[in-house]
Design a protein around this ligand. Structure first.
Ligand SMILES: Nc1ncnc2c1ncn2[C@@H]1O[C@H](COP(=O)(O)OP(=O)(O)O)[C@@H](O)[C@H]1O
Ligand SMILES: [Mg+2]
Length: 362
């Protein structure tokens, strides 16, 4: 089956789409990545999503408009895949994630179903919430099926807005450990935005700034960083205005300091929760692989090889959309698609709702 996966991360940079050929069923899933494309949100949509993420006052009309505008945007981005995708899996745009009990993704799927003439699986998170989980992370099971390898203890690390780990010590579902370490690019993006940039391209600004080690130390006292997995977090938590004394820094020094802090939180997460279990290598996906300062910090801080997805012949921007394609495929087969011990749920959800395109006649 050819499945189209659509992923919008918390960075609100746009949508990544992958077309993947999937065959078989777990544990023997065969897959071939056929195509990936990324489409950036236009400025207006980006600004609206940011407002929602910051809990600014948006009335019912604003939210309805955002929900449908996102849905129409996804439909337009997916139009080139019409006739090739038999099923789509839409992650939607997270505008709020506050477990337990609260998570919300926008983007009306009916527009996409109509544009593709194919069913769309969407709203993957609520079923897991209702089963007692955090509704995240959902990628660990697809990660296991796609990247788990007998005899290799590998961490699949995503540097999106939030940073997360899927630790795969082999092919057993029970042995998978997955959690959000804390900020990925989100603080860096926010600091870069103060300099008029959407992000710190190549990590160049951070490389030119001076790190305020004292502030890194202060911020590092955050309670989330001590909490053992399973745990997930959102960009609501990781904002400059919530970091003590961040106001005393500006420009490149602020970017450099939040970058160093981000590195520190990730390295500590490995030290506290992953290295004791045994680790052979880290594969890094997400837009953060393009930040050379961030990657250099991780390479310096971790005692195992840290490889960007590109370096192992894979596409760093395809990883999460691919994972959602697998979630949608499993939902289509009516199979459980969540590893409950990674979300904290009591049971494994068959997550995702299905929206079908309109048909000819009744
Ligand atoms: N050339 C680049 N240099 C540095 N950072 C980049 C670059 N390209 C993308 N990024 C970072 O990656 C982020 C998007 O990554 P992505 O994996 O899509 O995250 P998310 O899943 O949160 O949307 C951007 O917000 C930016 O911080
Ligand atoms: Mg993105």
């Amino acid at each position: 089956m050819n499945v189209l996966g659509l992923m919008s991360g918390t960075s609100a940079d746009g949508v990544d789409l992958v077309l993947v050929r999937l065959e078989g069923r777990p544990p023997e899933l065969r897959w071939e990545l056929l195509e990936r494309r990324s489409v950036t949100y236009p400025e207006g949509l980006f600004a609206q999503v940011r407002q929602a993420q910051q809990n600014r006052v948006l009335g019912p009309r604003d939210l309805a408009l955002l929900h449908h505008d996102l849905g129409r945007f996804y439909a337009e981005a997916a139009a080139p895949f019409r006739g090739r995708a038999e099923l789509a899996a839409l992650a939607g745009q997270t505008v709020w994630h506050e477990p337990p009990g609260l998570t919300w993704q926008l983007g009306e799927p009916s527009w996409l179903a109509e544009a593709l003439g194919a069913p769309v699986v969407h709203d993957f998170r609520p079923a897991d919430l209702a089963a007692g989980g955090e509704g995240a992370p959902l990628v660990p099971y697809p990660d296991l099926l796609l990247y788990g390898e007998e005899g290799v203890r590998r961490s699949i690390h995503n540097l999106g807005g939030i940073s997360n780990i899927t630790y795969l010590p082999g092919r057993e579902a029970e042995s998978v450990l997955a959690f959000d370490t804390g900020p990925g690019n989100c603080l860096i993006d926010e600091a870069a935005a103060r300099m008029g940039e959407r992000y710190d391209a190549g990590g160049q600004i951070a490389a030119e700034g001076r790190v305020d080690e004292e502030l890194v130390e202060v911020w590092f006292n955050h309670a989330y960083l001590r909490r053992p997995p399973p745990k997930s977090t959102g960009r609501e938590v990781w904002r400059l205005e919530r970091l003590a004394f961040a106001g005393r820094l500006e420009g490149a020094d602020l970017v450099a300091t939040v970058t160093a802090f981000t590195v520190r939180t990730i390295v500590a997460a490995y030290r506290d929760f992953v290295l004791p279990l045994g680790l052979d290598e880290v594969w890094v996906s997400g837009g953060g692989v393009r930040n050379r300062t961030l990657m250099a910090g991780l390479r310096a801080g971790l005692p195992v090889p840290v490889r960007a997805f590109d370096e192992v012949g894979r596409d760093p921007l395809a990883r999460e959309a691919l994972a959602f394609a697998v979630l949608g495929y499993l939902r289509h087969l009516e199979l459980p698609n969540v590893l409950p011990h990674t979300t904290g749920a009591r049971l494994a959800a068959v997550a995702g709702r299905v929206t079908r395109p309109a048909v000819d006649g009744t």
